[in-house]
Each structure stands twice: as structure tokens, then as C-alpha cells.
Design a protein around this ligand. Sequence first.
Ligand code: ADP
Length: 380
Amino acid sequence: MALTVGVIGGGQLARMMVPPAIGLGLEIEVLAENEGSSARIAATEVGDYHDADVVLAFAKGKDVITFDHEHVPQPVLKALVDAGVSVHPSPAALFVAQDKLVMRERLSAIGLPVPDWARLSAPADLQAFLDEHGGRCVVKTARGGYDGKGVRVVSDAAAVDDWFAQLSDDPAGIGAALLAEELVDFRRELAQSVARRPSGDVVAWPVVESIQRDGVCAEVIAPAPASAGRISDMAEEIARTVARELDVTGVLAVELFETTDDRVLINELAMRPHNTGHWSIDGSTTSQFEQHLRAVLDLPLGDTGTHDEWSVMVNVLGGPATGTIADRLPRAMADEPGAKIHDYGKDPRPGRKVGHVTTTGDDLDDVVYRARAAAEHFLD
Ligand code: ADP
């Protein structure tokens, strides 16, 4: 009988798990937030993932429950485990991904390299951190941030008074304290994805460079140029250690800073397929979405080799000012027949990730040019 995967969350990550599920003969069902979700093309139920009864009913008959995001509350995850449902990644692993302060504490305890950080309960704590770090630092909300929302560079202890006013124990809020970090002097941002099975095997894709604009990933180059050797070894070792120490199952993406003094520091963890791994759909023997399904089902993991020397992914943010990606497809297809265009089926809105384009080849300049040219079709 076909194995059945249940995915909680109906975003583009759930949507992109569908094609490999079809290929592998898996049944896949999604618990989406609303009718018009990106993943609506899979057999989709609509329901509130905060409600344990809804999630338990959805999990019935599934061989595994996995996720499109890390926001399912711990009591709901525990209810699943108590009911005997196989949940990957586990609640304990997700707990670390759900709160940036918990993440910093755990990574520091393991001895992994992270930026200098401190827990802030009041503006006086921020003043003390600023005094120690040359008068400038980064402040982050522990919970609820994404795409740079919840991240501010500050030089004044009063700059996050609005956040201090919102601190609470409510898991749906921004957290019980804020996180201060040194402002890292980085050369570039990298991301290392690995996948781990419950029985322990881990595979890694090449480390990639991610180019951010306004706190949002704009482009990814795989592999990161000039990363062979020391940088890629450090990135892979860090991600393998995180996966093992935190007992992560499925895909784990580790966002990294390559510093100007040649260190690699961890910025963030994502315990699911990640934007910086989208290139793998068209550029790797096993995409991160196929690998995630294999890993959470504890099936043998696939080869992470690449077809071409380079893959470049460009995000389509916001989408066309008039019409949809679908309206622009014929022109883009005609102009860039080698580009792989991915439309998430979402309504265009400023700043929203609505699709991406990937190109591959052996000449990086050409690959970058073609990816940008194809993405341009969807941006005006
Ligand atoms: P989000 O969870 O919203 O994606 P991140 O913590 O990943 O937020 O931060 C978003 C971006 O802000 C990062 O990709 C990086 O460009 C910048 N940033 C985050 N932390 C630091 C830091 N300590 N020093 C310098 N830049 C940072």
C-alpha cells in the first residue's frame, strides 16, 4: 500500500513536495490555512493547525506528519506524538527552531560558532550590549519573525521599545525576551542544507551563496563561488553537527555568515526545505523536496550530486504589477527556453514570494544572466 504523508501548512514548500510524491508513488495530503493556498493542488484539507483536534483528525491514517513551516504549537505536536503519530522533525527539534533565543542557547551549548549574543528583558540590557559592542548591534524578536521582519539594526537603547512592550509568554507572540547580536561583518551569506533520516544517515548538498535584499533572499548561487575546500568543509561539518546534536529529521537548512576574517557563523536554522535549496529541483539529482519526503519516511536518501557546474535561482518577489505570473509565462518561455520557471499559484502582492526561476550550466556569468533575464519578465 502506498505510504501516506501529511503536511501541515499549505505554502509553496508543501506545494513543491507534490511532484516528487507523485514520482515516488506516495499519497500526500496537506492541512492548509485557507482554500486558496499554494498547495491546493494536493488533496488539501482546510483547518487551523493551532487546534489539536483538527490536527489529530488530519493525522489519522498518515504514515508520517511533516511540515511546511515551524509554527505548530508544542502542545499540538505533543498531542500527535501521544496519539502514536510519527512526527518528523520531532517536537523537541522543532522547539529549537521556533524560538531564536532557544536556538542561540542550544547552539552555544553545543559549542557551534554563532555571533555574540545576549538575552534582553529590558532596555537597560540593550544599553549594556551596545556599550560592549561599539554602540551598534542587531536586535531580533525571538518568535514570529520571517523575511527580515523582526530584525533591526539599532544604535539606541530606545529603538525597540515597541518590542519590549509586546514581550509575553504567549507562544503566538514575539517571545518572552529579545535577542541582541553583534552586527556581523560578513563577506557574504551562505546556506548549507543537509537531510537526515531517523535512523541516522545524513547527506549534504553543496554549500550555496544566498544574496539577500531588504532581509529577503533574492538570489542563490549553487555551489557558492570559491567555496571548495575550507569553507565548504566547515559549512558541511556545522550542518551535520546541528542535525545530529538536535536530532533533526528531514531537511535542515543552516543559514551562515562568512565573515571578513574567514570564519563561518550560524545565523539561523530551518527544519524543512528552504528557499536557498530551491535550486536543487532543477540542479541536483535529488531535490530537497524529494529528499525531505524520503527522510521523514526513513527511506534511503538520494544522491545530492549536481547535473551542471552551476545552478542559479532568482526569486520572484511581489510578482507582476499587472496580471499574474501565468499571464507572463509565454513570453518568458519564448525568450528563455532553458530557464525552469516555478509559479507558486499565489496572488501577486508587494514583497511576497510568488515564484522562482532556476537556470543551470557550466558558465556562471551566462547562468546568472539567463536566470535574471527570465525572472525580469515577472517583475514589472
Ligand atoms: P529572518 O528570520 O526574518 O529571516 P534573520 O535572522 O535570518 O531573519 O535575518 C535576516 C537578515 O538580516 C539576514 O539574512 C542578514 O542579512 C541580516 N542579519 C541577521 N542577523 C545579523 C547579524 N547578527 N549581523 C549582521 N546582519 C544580520
